[in-house]
Structures are given as C-alpha cells and as structure tokens.
Design a protein around this ligand. Sequence first.
Ligand SMILES: Cc1cc2nc3c(=O)[nH]c(=O)nc-3n(C[C@H](O)[C@H](O)[C@H](O)COP(=O)(O)OP(=O)(O)OC[C@H]3O[C@@H](n4cnc5c(N)ncnc54)[C@H](O)[C@@H]3O)c2cc1C
Length: 413
Amino acid sequence: MSQDELQCDVLVVGGGLVGATLAHALAQVSIRTVLVEERDPGFLEQPKFDDRSTALANGSQRILQGLGLWEDFAQVAEPIKSIHISERGRFGATRILAKEEGVSALGYTVENRILSSAIWPRLLEADSLVCKAPARLDSLTVEDTGITAEIESDGLRCGIRSKLVVAADGVRSRVRSALHISALEDVYEQTAVIVNCETEIAHMGRAFERFTSAGPLAFLPLSNQRVAVVWTLDPREADRVINLEDDEFRCELQQAFGQRLGRVRRAGSRSSYPLSRVRSTTVTANRAVLVGNAAVSLHPVAGQGFNLALRDIATLAEMLSDAHRANNAADFGNTGLLKDYQACRISDQRRIAAFTHGLVHLFGYETGPLAITRGLGLVAFDLLPGAKGQLARQTMGLGGRLSRLARGLPLVP
Ligand SMILES: Cc1cc2nc3c(=O)[nH]c(=O)nc-3n(C[C@H](O)[C@H](O)[C@H](O)COP(=O)(O)OP(=O)(O)OC[C@H]3O[C@@H](n4cnc5c(N)ncnc54)[C@H](O)[C@@H]3O)c2cc1C
C-alpha cells in the first residue's frame, strides 16, 4: 500500500451535477467518500446571461430541498406554471397547467452554474468527504473485497481503496469501460442548439414545447425575464444557424417559434450538442453503480436526464445511509444492496428512456399517417385529462415508487 493511498467507503468518479449531488448526500450522513473530478471547481464563476439551464421537475425540487440545497437558489429558480405543447403548421395543442395538477409549479428552470455553485462549496467543507479536483481517474480494478483506483492530480499519482465505486463520469464513462460494461447508442441525427433570449412579451412562467418538422423547439421560462431555448435541428441546419449573424438568427428562431412571446429581442451566444440516447446494458456491476449520463443519456426533448438521475441518487443515498445506520462497518458494495437498488430503479429508468425516445420518434417524421395521428393525438390529449395528468406526473417525477427524499422527507428518518 503506497503512502498516498486513500481509503473510503464510496468512491464517486465525476463531479458534474449528478456526482456532486450524490457526494453531498453521502457527506450529510457521514459516509466516508472520495469525489474525483477532472475539472477545476474554479469553473464556477459568476452567472452569465448565456449559462445553460436545467428544467427541474417538481419531484427534483423536493429532493434538493431534502438535501438542504434548494433554499440556496429558490429565489432564482423560475417556476414553470404551464407547458404549452403544439406542432408547427398543424391544428391541435395541449396545455398542462400547474393549478390543474394541484401544484404551485410544474417544475423550475435553474442555471446549471447556479446549481453547481450551491453544491461545491459544501463539498469542499464536508468532514467525511475528500474532493480530488482537478484529478482524473486513470485506472480501476475490482476485487472481491473492494475496488482500487488510480488517479492523477497535478502530475502526481494517488491510489484509492473503496468498497463501492459510483460512475458519475458522463456519457463516455471511463469507469464503465474499465468495468467492461457495454452501452447501446441510438444516434438521432439531430443537434440541440442552446441559447438564452429576451422576448418582447414576458413569459409569466409559461413554457412552450413546439414540434417542428426539424425537431422539437422548447422555450423555457428563466430568471431575469429570459427564456432558455433548446432548438433541435438536423446537424447541418444546426451548424448553419449557429453561424448566422445575430439578426438573422433571431429572425429564423422567430419563424420557427411564432409570435406567442412577441419579438425575440436579444439572443445570447449559442452552443450545440449532438443528440443520441446512450444506455448502459446494466447500471450495477460487481461493487459498482452507474448513475447520470454514465448510466443513461437521453434526448433533452422532455428535460428528463437530470431529473431521472436525481431520483436514482436519492434512492442510492437512502440505501447506503440505511446500511450505514444499521452497521457502521457496512460493506456498501455487497451484492444484496446493489440488487435491491437495481430492482427499485429499473422500471422508472426504462419508462423514462422509452417515453423520451417515443416522443422523439412520434414527432420526428414530417409527413404520412403518423403526422395525422400526432395532430389528432395532441387534440385528443387535451380532451383526456387522465392521459395528460399521467404525462404531467411523469414529467414532474411523481410516478412510481419514491424514495424518502422524493416524498419530501429527510434522507434519514
Ligand atoms: C441540451 C441539453 C438540455 C438538457 N436539459 C435538461 C433539462 O432541462 N432537465 C434535465 O433533467 N436534464 C436535462 N439535460 C440532461 C442533463 O444535462 C444531464 O442528465 C446531466 O447533465 C448529466 O450530468 P452528469 O453529472 O451525469 O454528467 P456530466 O455533466 O457529463 O458530468 C460528468 C463529470 O465527470 C467528469 N469526468 C469525466 N471523466 C472523468 C475522469 N476520468 N476522471 C474524473 N472526472 C471525470 C467530467 O469532468 C464531468 O464533470 C439536458 C441535456 C442536454 C444535452
């Protein structure tokens, strides 16, 4: 054993939104954790007009509240009061209203940087947590009694021994490869163009999802009277619009979206993300759990990726916390615990992956019988509160078996 070897109960690889939130949850229940993140936490500068944001489901708000994080950004989280779903050039639209669902908001939009800025300072202060950042996982070996990882930080190598490794290292997960877990990829031949805009008419908490022939276009309400735009296009079109002059870009965006919020007055800088669905063939393995994009990376059409991951880590943190309370020297990598975790989470994971994939396909074809069906589908959908309620509850993260955190209860009973 080298002098530089760290010992812990849980090694979390990847300190993006998912890994950082899990590390924070584990620190709250004093589980000895090491978090390894490649980027320097210095990336958390002041918020900017152009920051990327995430639509948080109502269930996610509860989880973040239970973890003591919500109050840090409640003031700047923009409530989504309604979602208007329509199709460009076709008859039929549907509205999901918070008040019809009996909730004060269907969800909230928050900038990713604000979320990270709420979590990271707590991580750096937590007693039971060691943050290695910037540090990169280089290798991982799994044995019957535990895992051994090697990381590189500032040109120095360091070994880590842990009972359990959690892969939160994104869609091209190094941990997943080291564990020889394969991933299935559906390439959508679509690219998401992301941009924040100011519009002439105040959004008043309204979110819009508009299905165009090129793909879905979402306008989400954001703080400071901005809207967060996710514009899905064919990759060549995305390349073209991303390079347009500002005026031309606003004009084309306006044409695609219509006039519901009046003129698009200002558009910030644009970024783009090629879209695919990547699913690991399993989310647990010997002494390992995969979460977030490392487990499943989804099309952003329904804003489900982070919300699903939060439900996963709320359940995982609850199980690890319960095991820790029952036995201070619990083996967190034991097969029974990992099996229970997978059994609890598999149906929600499959349902959301299939639901999102289905939406992409339902609205991904321009002509033919499917186009007529979906026009009718949207009208029928508006007349069928049951179906609509089910969709709303699904997207709010309130379906299926819920962890304590997702039910608004603390992590420890
Ligand atoms: C355009 C777009 C819009 C979206 N909108 C929404 C939304 O509205 N709502 C929603 O719920 N979801 C949304 N999502 C999905 C959401 O962004 C993802 O689910 C979420 O970011 C996944 O986070 P993660 O932490 O798992 O992965 P990542 O953010 O990829 O983080 C992985 C981390 O691991 C680190 N890492 C990687 N390799 C190593 C290594 N070898 N060693 C150490 N560290 C490593 C990386 O530096 C990174 O910080 C959207 C996605 C896209 C693309």
